[in-house]
Design a protein around this ligand. Structure first.
Ligand SMILES: Cc1cc2nc3c(=O)[nH]c(=O)nc-3n(C[C@H](O)[C@H](O)[C@H](O)COP(=O)(O)O)c2cc1C
Length: 206
């Protein structure tokens, strides 16, 4: 398990991609699942799972309903923390940073790639709001199926992509006797035209 991993000579996004690829080979279900923590304006946290749908040097992308609890919290406090845990590899990655919405073109591109049933589902679900019963959801699915019975299902405006722009990425690898590896990469994120800084890397005690 995780003997002699070299970290320091790697860029964190490349290392993350390598770990995700290894997880895809080992984890049978949703290796791209990550816990997403947000907080409201009073700093009260809430965490739930989402799926990673895009990764590049700019950050980590997921899609959701912007009127959901997480969407409202991100509107108030555009900061998030992500956590991946791959049991089969004994590895964890934590990512913190500010959040921005992806472009409409990027969101359209991903939405168009989804199954038609999931596209209808996005219209039907008033995510995170109270529902009288399962029947209310099924009725809404039937209504939107009828509404969009021919042609393309357009992306609802409230179904959006969010990018967590990492300013801290921590890699944790399980080692014997709980003497785990912890490597943290830190940088300043580019904002409002001010360019960000290079990654700095350091080891932490486990
Ligand atoms: C493995 C897994 C993956 C999920 N992926 C997503 C996702 O990508 N987007 C999403 O909106 N909800 C996803 N969900 C559901 C969320 O965990 C959550 O229940 C929902 O988004 C409402 O969260 P909120 O009320 O805190 O906004 C996923 C749940 C699980 C268990």
């Amino acid at each position: 398990m995780n003997e002699n991993i070299t970290f320091e000579d790697k860029k964190p996004i490349d290392l993350f991609r390598q770990w995700l690829t290894e997880a895809e080979g080992k984890e049978p279900v949703n290796p791209n699942a990550m816990a997403l923590a947000t907080a409201d304006s009073r700093g009260r946290p809430c965490v739930r799972m989402v799926l990673l749908k895009g990764i590049d040097e700019r950050g980590f992308v997921f899609y959701t309903n912007s009127e959901s609890r997480k969407g409202l919290e991100l509107a108030e406090n555009a900061y998030a923390s992500l956590c991946f845990y791959w049991k089969s590899l004994g590895r964890e990655v934590g990512i913190d940073g500010p959040v921005e919405k992806v472009s409409l073109e990027e969101a359209d591109g991903y939405y168009d790639s989804r199954a038609r049933g999931s596209q209808i589902g996005a219209w039907a679900s008033k995510q995170s709001r109270p529902m009288a019963g399962r029947f209310e959801l099924e009725k809404r699915v039937a209504q939107f199926t009828a509404k969009f019975h021919v042609g393309k299902v357009p992306r609802p405006e409230f179904w959006e992509g969010y990018r967590v722009k990492p300013e801290r990425i921590e890699f944790w690898a399980e080692r014997r006797f709980r003497l785990h590896d912890r490597i943290v990469y830190i940088r300043e994120v580019e904002s409002e035209g001010v360019s960000g800084s290079e990654w700095e890397v350091q080891r932490l005690f486990p």
